[in-house]
Design a protein around this ligand. Structure first.
Ligand SMILES: [Zn+2]
Length: 264
């Protein structure tokens, strides 16, 4: 029996995640970085992302190979930024909120499930691991249902993204907000999409991932506005709260949070 198998045999299944976290905290302990999601002090981030020519050529933010993964909880730089943003700039952990989380990131889901103020719904086109199967181009909820929606790194998979944006806007309550993050190119003015490209191989070559149907450009904010959202582009690198912190949370300096509001 291997060491790994022996450990599995000795430690009861229900406490394995806790034991794993304690061990990884000790293994990767250090004072250089801090993960706000699992509240661990770590000495490094592990590698994450893809090394593809299109990602480099189009300067796709947050897709390239980099050291950005928390060795304890597995959060990415994107997840850590979202968590900090929501905690510091939104009402997510304030009053009672009805939250819709599409394609939920594991680390955020674990936090939201324990938040007593949230009436929390997870959804995805793939019904595995979520509370409800959902096609976001056709959301089966009446208008003005949710106080907040998280739908990150989903729209780049959807051919009719403007329909999806309109649906997300429709089910959001007036005064509500959404974060709708996507991979975005630093160099493209206009979003690059070509629906004649359908094979996994060609999509990876052109869009940087096998199941992506486009690369968003600088016009992404306008697409969101066309769906009705008031969009605020939050750039953490310009936020005084982060000044003199030497990027201890391991964030991507190019990453912007697209904070989308449905005004009253
Ligand atoms: Zn972490």
């Amino acid at each position: 029996m291997s060491l790994k198998e022996s450990v599995k045999w000795i430690i009861p299944v229900e406490i394995r995640p806790v034991v794993k976290r304690v061990v990884f905290r000790l293994l990767y302990f250090g004072n250089r970085y801090h993960c706000p999601v699992c509240r661990s002090n770590v000495r490094l981030w592990k590698p994450l992302g893809y090394d593809l020519p299109v990602i480099t050529e189009k300067q796709i933010i947050g897709s390239g190979l980099r050291n950005a993964l928390c060795p304890v909880c597995g959060s990415s730089d994107r997840v850590r930024l979202l968590y900090l943003f929501m905690k510091q700039k939104t009402n997510l952990f304030g009053g009672k909120l009805k939250l819709l989380h599409i394609a939920p990131e594991d680390q955020l889901r674990n936090i939201f499930l324990k938040a007593p103020n949230l009436d929390y719904l997870t959804a995805d086109i793939d019904p595995m691991k979520v509370m409800q199967q959902m096609d976001i181009t056709q959301i089966n909820y009446p208008e003005n249902t949710f106080d907040a929606i998280l739908c990150n790194h989903v729209l780049e998979h959807i051919p009719d993204d403007s329909k999806a944006m309109s649906e997300l806007f429709r089910v959001l309550k007036p005064g509500g907000w959404a974060t709708l993050q996507v991979p975005i190119s630093k160099s493209l003015e206009k979003t690059h999409e070509d629906f004649s490209i359908t094979s996994s191989q060609e999509r990876e070559k052109h869009f940087g991932q096998k199941d992506h149907v486009r690369i968003y450009g600088k016009d992404y904010t306008n697409r969101l506005r066309e769906a009705g959202f008031k969009v605020e582009e939050y750039k953490w690198i310009l936020d005084q709260n982060f000044k003199n912190q030497n990027n201890k949370h391991g964030l991507n300096e190019d990453e912007t949070v697209f904070y989308c509001n449905k005004t009253l």
